[in-house]
Ligand binder design. Structure first.
Ligand code: NOJ
Length: 519
């Protein structure tokens, strides 16, 4: 077994925003298929597609109305087949996003549940009687407002972790469990290489619906976190793992486990459960070497203890773009480039988000064009995630920027003409060129992919470590916020800044190679 996922570089595609083949302003499967050669050249190994199933779009596809089809907005099952075949032909794996925590309120199961309180499908959801003239408890939705909505016909409430259009399934219901196994098989039979599991730590709720004891932790589902991360999940994932292992080709799962404690996360990636879990603790770190170093150590210690690989993620479709998070402007862009070399040198799997390789910044979007339910439900109190979901600028021609021949579903900033793929392809020092080079070097270097890891001495405010395998050592030195410092020995492999100084300025990183293994 190659266990390919252990050091794979995954590339997340937000399907609406990648490439639009039919000119309606919304990305689609054919668009993605036409851009597979770009991904191949970039050097990633697997592609994670966000949900493209039939959906009313209350949360842009994370409200699924049919788990075993393609929304006509994005194409057809035949298009999906063609995409998988082409991807595999190019050596790219395809990972689907599965959304088991909730369905759309337009899913036939929920429609039945609402239309007829006696219908068997009602038991698939979390309908509960109210308390003291209000909802069953005080949980709030991660997207603002209460987590319970009244079913006027019966006076009961149903639970929704997210919007009311995303009713939570009751995973204690065995029919739900059985049906999802069929869903997994449906896609595995169509050749997918794995699944990203949406809110994978949340499917089962504590049946007592306990209220959180103050203080509420600072997480997006803080006030009912106490009811999640239930023991039943582990037997579920063991069954899912067995199911995937029945197929040839090493199919895998990566869980969206939004829990800060790496030891708890590690329980989900024990040898017979999921293969990977996103490392949100790393993503949430500021650009600060003194907090990143112990976080990297905590992650490695926790995952090593169960024999799992760590994952390193800095962007996805739910968080602000990295250069903006790291301070914005020139500083933010430099730090993001340095972070790319850090990310791709750490031991484990890496997840990149489409546009990260271009160094895209968070886009400013006028309020009247914002579409994220987080913005709409909190009446603008939280700006939401549209700014990181703006379509990819393939060329410099407004308004479609090579993404669409029509009008993009979110406006692409005029300034992105300068950072389009075509613009960056012409520039040696571009973010795209840096990512291509780093990925190519990682592909060639066993040390970078699978090598041992050791911290080297470095000044405060810097991260310096070595990866070694097969007689090769690669040193990664990142000056986060230290005084410029002299580089360790080694031949230059790649630097986040052009220029050849022996000193590493703040906000920059470098990879060096040493012929012989040294500590
Ligand atoms: C997590 C997904 O990443 C996010 O985009 C979505 O809104 C929620 N889960 C609900 O499915």
């Amino acid at each position: 077994m190659s266990e390919w996922w252990r050091s794979a570089v995954f590339y997340e595609i937000y399907v609406r925003s990648f490439a639009d083949a039919d000119g309606d302003g919304i990305g689609d499967l054919e668009g993605i298929r036409s851009r597979l050669p770009y991904l191949r050249e970039l050097g990633v190994g697997a592609v994670w597609l966000t949900p493209f199933y039939p959906s009313p779009g209350a949360d842009h596809g994370y409200d699924v109305a049919d788990y075993v089809d393609v929304d006509p907005l994005f194409g057809s099952l035949a298009d999906f087949g063609a995409l998988v075949a082409d991807a595999h032909g190019l050596g790219l794996r395809i990972v689907l996003d599965i959304v088991p925590n909730h369905t759309s309120s337009e899913h036939p199961w929920f429609r039945n549940a609402i239309a007829d309180p006696e219908h068997a499908d009602r038991a698939r959801y979390m309908f509960r009687p109210g308390r003291n003239g209000g909802p069953p408890n005080g949980w709030t939705s991660a997207f603002g407002g209460p987590a319970w909505t009244l079913d006027e016909k019966t006076g009961d409430y149903y639970l929704h972790f997210f919007t009311p259009e995303q009713p939570d399934l009751d995973w204690h219901n065995e029919t739900v469990q059985r049906d999802f196994e069929d869903v997994l098989r449906f896609w595995l039979d169509r050749g997918v290489d794995g699944f990203r599991i949406d809110v994978a730590h949340a499917l089962f709720k504590d049946q007592d619906l306990p209220e959180m004891v103050e203080p509420v932790p600072r997480t997006w589902n803080g006030d009912w976190l106490v009811a999640l991360d239930q023991p039943e999940l582990h037997s579920l994932y063991r069954r899912w793992r067995k199911l995937a292992d029945e197929y040839s080709g090493e199919r895998m799962y990566v869980g969206e486990i939004v829990l800060a404690d790496q030891n708890t996360v590690a329980r989900y990636v024990r040898p017979d459960e999921l293969q990977l879990a996103f490392n949100f603790a790393f993503l949430n770190e500021a650009w600060d070497a003194e907090s990143m170093r112990p976080m990297i150590d905590r992650t490695r210690t926790a995952l090593d203890a169960v024999g799992a690989s760590a994952t390193w993620v800095l962007e996805n479709h739910d968080v602000m773009r990295l250069p903006t998070r790291y301070g914005g402007g020139e500083d933010g862009r430099r730090r993001a480039r340095a972070a790319a070399l850090l990310l791709l040198a750490l031991p484990g799997a890496v997840f990149l988000y489409a546009g990260q390789e271009l160094g895209l910044e968070e886009a400013a979007i006028p309020d009247e064009l914002r579409q994220d339910p987080i913005f709409l439900r909190t009446l603008g109190e939280r700006t939401g995630r549209d700014g990181c979901r703006v379509p990819i600028p393939w060329t410099g021609e407004a308004p479609g920027f090579g993404f669409t021949t029509g009008s993009p579903w979110l406006p692409v900033p005029a300034s992105w003409a300068d950072v389009s793929v075509t613009a960056q392809e012409l520039e040696d020092g571009s973010s795209l060129a840096l990512h291509r080079r780093a990925l190519a070097l990682r592909g060639e270097s066993e040390a970078l992919r699978m090598g041992s890891f050791v911290w080297l001495e470095s000044p405060a405010g810097a991260l310096v470590f070595a990866r070694a395998a097969a007689g090769e050592t690669v040193v990664c030195a990142v000056n986060v916020e230290a005084e410029p410092f002299e580089l360790p020995d080694g031949d230059l492999l790649l630097a986040s800044e052009l220029g050849g100084s022996r000193e590493l300025p703040p906000g920059s990183a470098i990879w060096l190679r040493r012929e012989e293994k040294r500590r």
